[in-house]
Design a protein around this ligand. Structure first.
Ligand SMILES: [Zn+2]
Length: 375
């Protein structure tokens, strides 16, 4: 039995201020929200660069996890300066296909020069964004900032709201990382969603965390000019001075020439604090050696009060005790890398995915793997 169209493409309220200044508001189908949101973001990305459309199913056990972050089909060409709308039609068809297969979706706000979901693939952006995940308690810091600098886009994500401010000037990835971190501080937004490589929920898609809740565009302003980059950045709070980190410990595992099997065993002897330092240095900026806690590395666990325990010994590894954790994240060094990259534990990966993930782990830890031709 096919699903009736109304549940696949329900009408959702929207308000758009058109370029001529007139406001159009009412209810439009979810597919129109997707088209508007993709168009807003992708029309600001160069045709040789990429917009990431990350999609994945929601598993009753594992929660929502992306299956596209390393696949070419998860990346759509940018539309800046294109005169025909075929690129947007294709982007919408890709999104429609995911909806038809009950996948949930997020989209990148920064452009990629390489089709990958990692920080080093990010070119930069001509906008800033924030994830205001306060729900019923309100967010006066964000409201005050929006009064001074009205956002060009507000998306209700299902659990909070995402805001974007267009800039008159493009900022590269390094500058963007800095500004985004300061934006999250200024508007009390979620720091994980502020990262340049982050993907945020696509409007016009179902948020399966809540029954029957759809992300939607609340307001889009195509009339207001872009904010002056220097003006908006001058209003952002400065970053706090970095805490001094203790001098690095000896790394007896690094530098030795190992076979793949030896490398795997060696990686499993590394203490969790050291492998968090290597794989998740930004999380470790807030590591508290007394409580041994950091924020959860799972990309879909917006963990404001650190719930992830980093044990002192490799046997116990690490574990997230947060009630909202999609998969009760935890395990060993490979599980950490798998959770960060795929949102699942290492045993849920294919052999090919695991090999590529393990290479990333060895590189980060400084373990040298001997190349062999033996099968
Ligand atoms: Zn967690």
């Amino acid at each position: 039995m096919s699903t009736p169209r109304s549940t696949q493409d329900p009408p959702l309220p929207i308000a758009v201020r058109l370029p001529d200044g007139t406001v159009s508001q009412g209810e439009v189908p979810a597919s129109v929200h997707r088209r508007q949101h993709l168009g807003f973001l992708a029309s600001r990305v160069d045709p040789d660069d990429w917009v990431e459309l990350a999609a994945g199913p929601r598993d009753p056990e594992q929660g929502w996890y992306f299956v596209t972050r390393r696949k070419p089909e998860g990346f759509l060409p940018g539309g800046r300066g294109r005169t025909d709308q075929r690129w947007l039609q294709q982007a919408c068809q890709t999104a429609d296909g995911h909806v038809a297969r009950s996948m949930e979706m997020s989209v990148s706000y920064a452009s990629r020069h390489t089709p990958a979901g990692t920080r080093d693939a990010v070119r930069g952006a001509q906008l800033l964004w924030a994830d205001d995940d306060h729900r019923d308690d309100g967010n006066p810091a964000c409201d005050a900032f929006c009064e001074q600098f009205p956002p060009h886009l507000i998306v209700a994500s299902g659990g909070g709201r995402h805001l974007a401010w267009l800039l008159e000037r493009f900022v590269d990835c390094a500058a963007l990382a800095d500004l985004q971190e300061r934006m999250a501080l200024t508007v009390d937004g979620d720091p994980a969603a502020a990262r340049p490589e982050a993907v945020l929920r696509l409007a016009g898609t179902r948020n399966g965390k809540y029954p029957d809740r759809w992300a939607r565009i609340v307001a889009m302003d195509l009339h207001r000019p872009a904010h002056l980059t220097d003006q908006i950045t001058a209003a952002l709070r400065p970053k706090p001075a970095p805490k001094p980190r203790p001098t690095p410990k000896a790394r007896p595992w690094a530098g030795r020439d190992s076979s793949r099997d030896e490398a795997r065993d060696l990686a499993r002897t590394v203490d969790p604090e050291s492998y968090f330092d290597a794989l998740a240095p930004r999380l470790m900026d807030d590591f508290n050696p007394r409580t041994r806690k950091v924020c959860c590395p799972h990309p879909d666990h917006h963990d404001r009060t650190p719930s992830c325990h980093v044990f002192p010994d490799a046997d116990r590894g690490w574990r997230c005790f947060g009630g909202n954790c999609p998969i009760d994240a935890g395990g060993d060094v490979f599980d950490l890398a798998a959770v960060m990259q795929y949102g699942v534990k290492a045993n849920a990966l294919t052999a090919e995915q695991f090999t590529s993930l393990a290479d990333d782990v060895y590189r980060a830890l400084g373990i040298h793997v001997r190349e062999t031709t033996a099968s």
